[in-house]
Design a protein around this ligand. Structure first.
Ligand SMILES: NC(=O)c1ccc[n+]([C@@H]2O[C@H](COP(=O)([O-])OP(=O)(O)OC[C@H]3O[C@@H](n4cnc5c(N)ncnc54)[C@H](OP(=O)(O)O)[C@@H]3O)[C@@H](O)[C@H]2O)c1
Length: 333
């Protein structure tokens, strides 16, 4: 990180923004009572935590679901529960969203569907205290949070624009603030710097927020919007892939301070459906309150440079997307 950038961010940090974040975190989400009958909602990572309760909320309001999950058994159970309880349709695509080939395949399959996507929620996420490198040689946290949503949005751009409407929601996090001094585009995989769970999570969430700024430009005037939502600090299964010490610490000290996931579902429903957000794009919401993200996540120059980097890392630049997608057997249900 150059001294110029650090100085730029340092000057942009303001106490009033931090205080606003603390205030906003105490506010309940605004509610939306409008039904969503017959609309199609795509959710990634709907098999547990925030994704699961959000899927349930949309289904309870009449929406059909198409979930992008990695676990077949959990997806089948989800499908049965949603269809039996709410009488909606609940399909799923199986994809490991840390594997580029799976992400490309899922994106191509979504793009090929004739039904319009009314709301697309990028929710799947992971928090890893020790670094994991994917089969593509990439940081797993970066791929699941940023590159998966980047590739899917990029490959769905034409379809969504042709629909003339649609909302994309990135399930973001106040944790993006852990990338306090921005990103290092020359070391997105933490080969030259010390990896920590918080640093990699912060960088991945900041990357996702920066991509939102550029996608919002691409979608301008098309009727399609993209926004990011911090879903609250809520009790979920997150972090279960880490070691016993971390899990003990989380269960004993962190979980008791967390809220229930109902607030996340309400916020993600409001941001996907409420007419009050018609035409609103490129914003960050703490639940349903608009908030300024940290300075690095508002850096448009960085966003444009990251866009190029993401095209390369995700194999979109080299035009290999369709090849990647067709190299694997589609698993859909
Ligand atoms: N919990 C919080 O307080 C909090 C705060 C801010 C932001 N968030 C964000 O909220 C989102 C959901 O997190 P959560 O707290 O609900 O965690 P969670 O309970 O662990 O749920 C994560 C979901 O993502 C799926 N997933 C993880 N890795 C995947 C992969 N490689 N491919 C496909 N799906 C994958 C999981 O699938 P499996 O069921 O198969 O594991 C699960 O459905 C994340 O983006 C997280 O960063 C959470």
């Amino acid at each position: 990180m150059s001294a110029r950038k650090i100085w730029q961010y340092y000057r942009a940090y303001q106490w009033k923004d931090i205080l606003a974040m603390i205030r906003n975190s105490r506010r309940p989400p605004r509610l939306c009572d409008d039904r969503f009958d017959g609309k199609l909602v795509v959710i990634t990572g709907a098999t547990s935590g925030i994704g699961y309760v959000t899927a349930r909320k949309y289904a309870s309001m009449g929406a059909n679901l198409l979930c992008v999950n990695r676990n077949e058994q959990k997806s089948e159970a989800l499908r049965r529960e949603m269809e039996d309880t709410y009488g909606v349709r609940c399909d799923f695509l199986l994809a490991d969203l840390s594997v580029l080939q799976d992400i490309h395949r899922a994106a191509h399959e979504l793009a090929a569907r004739e039904t319009p996507i009314d709301v697309l929620i990028h929710n799947a996420g992971v928090y890893l205290t020790a670094q994991e490198i994917t089969p593509d040689g990439l940081d797993r946290v970066l791929v699941v949070h940023h590159l998966s949503s980047f590739i899917i949005n990029y490959l769905l751009m034409e379809k969504l624009k042709a629909q003339d409407k649609g909302r994309i929601i990135l399930v973001s996090s106040e944790g993006h603030r852990f990338a306090a001094w921005g990103l290092n585009l020359d070391d997105m995989n933490w080969k030259k710097r010390r990896y920590t769970g918080l640093r990699s999570y912060g960088a991945a969430k900041t990357s996702q927020l920066l991509s939102m700024l550029v996608f919002a430009e691409h979608f301008r005037g098309s009727g399609v919007t993209i926004n990011a939502v911090h879903p609250g600090a809520v009790k979920t299964d997150t972090g279960q892939e880490n070691g016993p010490l971390y899990r003990w610490w989380k269960k004993t000290f962190f979980d008791p301070t967390l809220k229930t996931t109902d607030i996340s579902a309400e916020a993600l429903y409001y941001c996907g459906v409420s007419k009050e957000l018609d035409g609103v794009a490129g914003r960050f919401f703490n639940l349903t309150t608009e908030e300024k993200p940290a300075p690095p996540a508002r850096d448009l120059d960085l966003a444009r440079a990251l866009w190029q980097k993401s095209l390369t890392l995700s194999g979109l630049q080299s035009g290999t997307s369709e090849k990647r997608a067709s190299n694997s057997n589609p698993v859909t249900a």
